[in-house]
Ligand binder design. Structure first.
Ligand SMILES: NC(=O)c1ccc[n+]([C@@H]2O[C@H](COP(=O)([O-])OP(=O)(O)OC[C@H]3O[C@@H](n4cnc5c(N)ncnc54)[C@H](O)[C@@H]3O)[C@@H](O)[C@H]2O)c1
Ligand SMILES: O=P(O)(O)OC[C@H](O)CO
Length: 325
């Protein structure tokens, strides 16, 4: 199975490295000419994944048409750009493995729904989980959820991508795998706010637990299975990104918690903090589904520029309630 990758950011590059293990050929499409050149000439990606030597069997291209020759494509563009890159690529019936974590603004579609609309003949899988790109690219042990309704394709993709350091766990719950990854980014911002505002470790643990309850409420309302949300792509990724400044979403939250303006924190950034785009559309989708998501709503208010003290105060002043989902 010859693998192509759409997206030469940190995660696309790390996944190309995974797919190239054992010296297999991989074709990676990158938007930036300097990334294409650096990968082909020097086997590195200094823009998005500095100081990590890449496999020489990864070849980069700036021409999406070249992906017409591969057997499966890992789609690793940011969620808000998946529609435009898929529309421009020669997908046909080539299987797509969706690796972006987010919900499309405007349409409120999960990335899988976008892919089905643009590429109706392509089988869809989702790869998601606790995966800092720089660790994966260095070959440190990592486990992910690989979700696909087609059992045969799921097995073939798992086998193709697996190595002792990269363990896909198979699932048929595509929606569940997507929702965990999209919602955890918003909750990671919230945990960063706790850190930046100096609210302590108890508050962070409370946010992870209550955030997981709201991820579960939303997921169940959208047809996800509870065990998927409690697995690698949900709780696993939530724990990772709510605990580390290596998370771009957590780091954005730290700035918000210190009272810095969202616009300043987002200005001129080359890398993506998906939660900032997902938070407003998640709040809309939750309201539409009749699901209460107070933590995600609070993140949306902070991103709109409301004062951090007021937003935290309102969250803590909510009526007491029973525990549970
Ligand atoms: N970095 C990680 O550790 C990691 C791990 C798992 C999942 N992800 C997810 O992977 C996706 C990609 O993130 P990343 O970390 O690889 O990106 P990145 O932050 O490293 O780089 C930004 C990417 O956005 C692309 N981009 C910017 N504008 C674009 C446009 N108009 N059209 C198409 N592409 C555009 C750039 O080319 C680049 O590939 C995100 O959904 C992210 O949540 C990231
Ligand atoms: O840096 P973040 O916050 O985008 O997180 C990266 C991955 O999603 C972690 O699994």
């Amino acid at each position: 199975m010859r693998i192509g990758v759409i997206g030469g950011g940190a995660w696309g590059t790390a996944l190309a490295q995974v797919a190239a293990s054992g010296g297999r050929d991989v074709l990676l499409w990158a938007r930036e000419g300097e990334v294409v050149e650096a990968i082909n000439a020097g086997h590195q990606n200094p823009l998005f994944l500095k100081d990590i030597p890449l496999s020489p069997t990864i070849r980069a291209t700036g021409d999406l048409d070249e992906l017409g020759t591969v057997d499966a494509i890992l789609v690793v563009a940011p969620a808000q750009h998946v529609r435009s890159v898929l529309a421009a690529a020669p997908i046909g019936s080539t299987p797509l493995v969706l690796c972006a974590k987010g919900i499309e603004a405007g349409t409120r579609m999960l990335v899988g729904e976008v892919a089905r609309e643009i590429c109706p003949d392509a089988p869809i899988a989702v790869l998601s989980g606790p995966t800092f790109a720089h660790e994966v690219a260095r070959g440190l042990p990592t486990a992910v959820t690989l979700a696909c309704e087609d059992e045969g394709l799921r097995a073939a993709l798992s086998e193709r991508l697996a190595s002792p350091a990269f363990r896909p766990y198979a699932s048929s719950d595509v929606v569940g795998a997507e929702i965990g990854g999209a919602v955890k980014n918003v909750l990671a911002i919230a945990c960063g706010v706790v850190d930046g505002a100096g609210l302590g470790q108890n508050a962070r643990a409370a946010l992870i637990a209550r955030g997981f309850a709201e991820m579960t409420r939303f997921g169940l309302a959208r047809g996800a299975r509870a065990e998927t949300l409690a697995g690698l792509s949900g709780l696993g990724d939530l724990v990772l990104t709510c605990s580390s400044t290596a998370s771009r979403n957590f780091s954005l939250g730290v700035g918000l918690g210190r009272g810095e303006a969202a616009a300043d924190l987002m200005a001129d950034r080359r890398t993506v903090a998906e939660g900032a785009f997902t938070a407003p559309v998640l709040a809309e989708a939750a309201r539409e589904a009749g699901v209460d998501m107070p933590v995600s709503e609070a993140v949306g208010r902070l991103l709109r520029g409301e004062p951090v003290g007021e937003v935290i105060g309102a969250l803590l002043a909510r009526p007491l309630r029973e525990e549970g989902v």
